[in-house]
Ligand binder design. Structure first.
Ligand SMILES: CSCCC(=O)C(=O)COP(=O)(O)O
Ligand SMILES: [Mg+2]
Length: 243
């Protein structure tokens, strides 16, 4: 029997990988490296648009406007660092924060200090789904650059060849229906031909509103969800039936 979907769209934290790996390994790495990274990369051209994005996320027009009251470079760096620490303490999924985190993780993944945790059923499912002709995409709050580092350096090896594309919050917030409509349009599929898997019911609600099929990812350490959400739960990708 043919699969009811042409594509599978995956969340990362709580879905392909544990919440604990993100909170206990990846986030502490950022907090440890933040000051040093900002000092070393301060004049790097790739940092400038990210600083503007962090300023815009905080309600300012640009990084220059946000720091116009500061006269020296180290005070400007400290303003960025304290904003990053504040956003991370509140677990805000802001685009600029996520872009900066990705830049800080780069070195950790490339020199092998960070190796992404993925559940055992994930590589097997990616192989089975793509062999059956399905296309698999990622939609995460983590930046696209961070997603590529993550799956390119996983404990199951380089999983990037399994993915047909990546989406992050530059497409839109994960709890808004429009984001899923945009993704469906970009991948050229009707909503009902896409299965979205996530651990967050508000994300699944938004995807369902856009016509997508949904599954609720239940993994060890995920936050408990309220009853009555109506999304079919799965504890492993092996429970996704292709028909
Ligand atoms: C490369 S993903 C890093 C994890 C992360 O920062 C994050 O916010 C994950 O959120 P998700 O949308 O995948 O639950
Ligand atoms: Mg998640």
């Amino acid at each position: 029997m043919a699969s009811p979907w042409n594509c599978i769209l995956l969340d990362i934290e709580g879905t392909t990988s544990s919440v604990s790996f993100v909170y206990d390994v990846m986030f502490p790495f950022v907090l440890r490296e933040l000051d040093n990274y900002l000092e070393c990369a301060w004049n790097a051209p790739e940092l400038s648009p990210v600083l503007d994005q962090i300023a815009q996320d905080a309600g300012h027009q640009s990084f220059l406007a946000w720091t116009a009251d500061l006269t020296d470079e180290s005070s400007r760096r400290e303003r960025v660092a304290s904003e990053i620490r504040r956003l991370m303490a509140d677990d805000v999924k802001a685009t600029g924060l996520k872009q900066l985190q990705g830049m800080i993780w780069k070195d950790g993944f490339e020199r092998g200090e960070l190796v992404a945790q993925v559940y055992q059923d994930v590589p097997e499912a990616l192989e089975a789904w793509t062999s059956a002709g399905l296309r698999v995409y990622i939609y995460s709050s983590g930046s696209i650059a961070a997603q590529k580092l993550f799956f390119g350096h996983s404990e199951a090896g380089n999983l990037l060849p399994y993915f047909s594309g990546h989406f992050d919050t530059t497409t839109g917030p994960k709890k808004e229906t429009q984001s899923y409509l945009t993704i469906a349009a970009e991948i050229g599929e009707a909503g009902e031909k896409v299965l979205f898997i996530s651990d967050v019911t508000a994300e699944l609600d938004a995807a369902r509103e856009a016509g997508m099929e949904t599954r609720l990812s239940i993994r060890p350490g995920n936050k408990p969800v309220e009853e009555g959400h109506g999304h079919e739960p799965i504890a492993s990708f092996s429970q996704v039936s292709l028909g």
